[in-house]
Write a protein that binds this ligand. Structure first.
Ligand code: AVI
Length: 765
């Protein structure tokens, strides 16, 4: 039996209107860049795919013929080397060349199985229909989707042989190739095979002829991209003035394919209200086709955990098929996880201790306000939590001291009473932290991160311990911020970066359609982020940046805190009782201007920074004053995570790369939000700035479980807090450590809370 079935928990392949939207956005991105480019992904609509079939038949285009010959001669040997495995093919198309392999698989296997993967569902249907007739014994199951969508399903198909033919790897740039190989490597199991077609470096004349065939199909292929823009996006380009140019680029060992404009032209995208002026003679890069040296490609693959099995080539050495085997995947995963977790634990602990340094003992033991604990309680709680969970995961059933456990149990002692408890002094707490850490490190050293134990699998419990401490470090900073008597001078404060771009005003459109919300990740994500599920949303407009102090000043000046019609009934009640008139840390100066207090420092309010320390009621009222509304958390997550082009969610707004300084203001370095526009590299697919870092963003949603939620590993973290009392916050602030931050992370609090480093962003229908 072949599985998997198409996965209902992931949003399915883009519908035509969404593909069109993704195409438009890609064109806007590429034409807005310098030098301009267009994505080769969009060369393959129905017309483009047909033209490409013609290219492969041209006498000058040697790759397809040559690869087919290599397959015909070596398919039986390849099957023998791969053993009885399911053949999976990425970008299967019509599977013409693959038939050599399928014949060998049918001859060599008792139960031959083939899983073609392709973005085009119609292509897959046609291909499977033909194959059923030709290979009646072949078990077939197709997977429609992008590579990024399909590859995570591979684990269930192992043992397998993954074929990626035609030298399609040549169309990836270096960064894309690295991402692709990492994705393949992480989804193959030990012993799985990878059959990779690579076009080889050869004489320039042969190479350039292949991309400039005399019959003109290569040219037609390039021009079709612009014809497609005319067809789908409403541009009005004169194809007669666009020339196909394909040249060997020796420096980068690749064919560069350009569209050269003979005359000046304007690309108008009426629906998206964008226009681009192309100069006479300007060239737009539409595709690269990299050519490789076998040993170089083998070395690249080795870096991703692939060992060479055998290589196959033609007599002219024009093309090669590399048969690779994934090795030591499990072992590599364990040591990588161990290294990552050791780093996270050490980094977070150093941060916790560093944070305490500027504080004297009295400041560590006092309770500044009833909604935040004395710092020593947080420290004792972090230590108790860590010791308990490390012991539990390590199978140690020795009862920890029940008195201590009770003292630091947040349910037994709610925040308001923690100031009156008999708590240990700071040095003792630090000692407890160290003792607990020894237990965790011992666990990490001896465990094999046993996959059958959900606490240990992929180091979950250790990640939870590190994240728990990270979250408390943010709460400790909230307490320090609230205490007006502390002039906090941390050892490493840096000025928040200034804006680096100016496209932060206005909104961006998020089209209607499904997206995958939440995650199935069991290595890092909390229970409330699971499971991944498809959410269908109506279209909406979202502000590209959070609401700034400048906007809030206008809200205040316009009587925002006095106008009943802007507030909900509960919000108005809260306002009357609290007598609030501005965000929590704003102070009016003697001259009538506004200052802001941050960790004991008072400075003029920065109008470009996102507003911070407002509660849900205030955020909701300000959104109404702006004629907009707060986002639902599903809208927030779609705008932050969904990559329409690949139909997969991103881990962070900018992609899956770990957070770096250019992406977001995280990790407690600036002690204030950065001005909007400070992190253009951190924009989401839809172009939203600063969705992670700077300020948490209040959403209109109540904190509720996703359908299929299962409490793990303890109900007190999420389950106890579900319900209509709490509103969800998304994103993370400058005070959030990066290890506790991702697009799926859900924070929650009561609507009147202002101690959080929280602001807001608006949406409208
Ligand atoms: C699909 N890919 C491997 C082809 C190539 O040779 O790079 C695409 C192509 N573009 C123009 N001609 C062929």
């Amino acid at each position: 039996m072949l599985r998997p079935q198409p996965d209902v928990r992931r949003a399915s392949v883009a519908q035509p209107d969404l593909l069109r939207e993704a195409f438009a956005r890609s064109v806007i991105r590429g034409l807005g860049d310098s030098p301009r480019w267009l994505s080769c992904r969009y060369l393959y609509d129905r017309e483009g795919s047909e033209i490409f079939e013609h290219i492969t038949e041209q006498p000058e285009y040697y790759p397809t013929r040559t690869e087919s010959g290599i397959l015909a001669r070596n398919a039986a040997r390849i099957r023998e080397l791969c053993g009885d495995t399911t053949l999976v093919e990425l970008g299967a198309g019509s599977a013409t060349k693959t038939r050599h392999l399928l014949r060998a698989w049918c001859n060599g296997s008792r139960s031959p199985a083939y899983v073609p993967i392709d973005i085009s569902r119609t292509m897959l249907t046609d291909t499977c229909k033909a194959l059923r007739r030709e290979f009646p014994r072949l078990k077939l199951r197709s997977l429609a989707g992008s590579y990024e969508q399909a590859l995570p399903s591979l684990g269930e198909l192992s043992p397998l042989t993954l074929a990626f033919l035609g030298s399609s790897v040549g169309n990836f740039n270096e960064e894309e190739l690295a991402e692709f190989l990492a994705l393949v490597a992480s989804n193959l199991s030990d012993g799985d095979h990878f059959l990779l077609g690579v076009d080889l470096v050869k004489d320039t004349a042969t190479l350039e002829a292949a991309y400039n065939d005399a019959a003109g199909w290569s040219s037609a292929f390039t021009l079709n991209l612009f014809a497609r823009m005319n067809r789908e996006l409403g541009t009005d380009l004169d194809l007669g003035s666009i020339e196909h140019v394909a040249r060997w680029n020796a420096e980068h060992s690749r064919i560069d394919i350009f569209a050269r404009f003979d005359r000046a032209a304007t690309v108008q995208l009426p629906e998206w209200k964008r226009e681009f002026r192309i100069a006479a003679g300007e060239r737009i890069l539409v595709e690269i086709s990299r050519k490789f040296v076998i040993s170089d490609m083998a070395a690249i693959a080795a870096a991703y955990g692939f060992e060479p099995v055998e290589r196959f080539t033609d007599p002219n050495r024009h093309f090669a098929l590399l048969l690779l085997r994934r090795t030591s995947a499990a072992q590599a995963r364990v040591s990588h996880t161990r290294d990552r977790l050791t780093g996270e634990l050490a980094g977070q602990r150093a941060r916790t201790l560093e944070m305490l340094e500027p504080l004297v003992e009295a400041q560590l033991t006092v309770q500044h306000c009833p909604i935040l604990s004395p710092v020593v309680w947080d420290l004792g709680h972090i230590a108790t939590f860590e010791r308990e969970w490390a012991a539990r995961a390590g199978g140690q059933h020795t009862q920890p001291d029940p008195v201590v456990t009770r003292l630091y149990d947040p349910l037994v002692h709610p925040r308001a009473v923690r100031g009156s408890l008999q708590l240990a002094d700071p040095p003792h707490c630090v000692g407890e932290l160290q003792a607990a850490r020894a237990t965790t490190l011992a666990l990490l050293e001896r465990t094999s991160l046993d996959a059958s134990d959900p606490l240990l699998r992929d180091g979950y419990v250790v990640s939870m311990i590190a994240q728990h401490e990270a979250q408390h470090s943010e709460t400790i900073l909230q307490g320090i911020q609230l205490s007006s008597d502390v002039a906090y001078e941390p050892a490493r404060r840096i000025d928040p970066p200034r804006p680096r771009c100016s496209d932060t005003a206005g909104e961006t459109f998020v089209p209607a359609g499904p997206f995958t919300m939440g995650t199935d990740d069991r290595a890092v994500a909390y229970d409330n982020e699971r499971p991944a599920h498809v959410v269908e949303l109506a279209s909406f407009w979202i502000d590209v940046a959070p609401v700034t102090n400048a906007t809030w000043l206008r809200f205040v000046a316009d009587g925002g805190y006095r106008r009943r019609e802007l507030w909900t009934a509960d919000g108005w009640r809260w306002l009357r009782e609290s007598r609030v008139e501005h965000p929590a840390q704003w102070i009016r100066g003697d001259d009538g201007g506004w200052n802001e207090r941050a960790f004991g420092r008072i400075a003029p309010l920065d109008p470009e920074q996102p507003v911070v320390h407002v509660c849900w009621y205030e955020a909701d009222a300000c959104a109404r004053w702006l004629g907009k509304r707060l986002l639902t958390e599903a809208e927030w997550e779609k705008a932050a995570a969904w990559d329409l082009e690949r139909s997969v969610p991103r881990r962070f707004p900018w992609g899956d790369a770990a957070p770096a300084v250019e992406h977001a203001n995280l990790d407690q370095r600036t002690f204030a939000p950065a001005a909007v526009g400070a992190f253009p590299a951190g924009r989401s697919y839809y172009g939203c700035h600063q969705m992670l870092g700077d300020v948490w963003e209040w959403t209109s949603s109540e904190f509720l479980p996703y359908r299929g939620f299962r409490a793990f590993p303890y109900a007190e973290y999420s389950q106890a807090h579900f319900g209509s009392r709490h509103k969800v916050l998304r994103g993370g602030s400058w005070a959030t450590p990066a290890i506790a931050m991702r697009n799926t992370f859900r924070n929650w609090d009561l609507p009147q809370r202002r101690q959080i480093f929280a602001g807001m962003r608006c949406a409208r229908d």
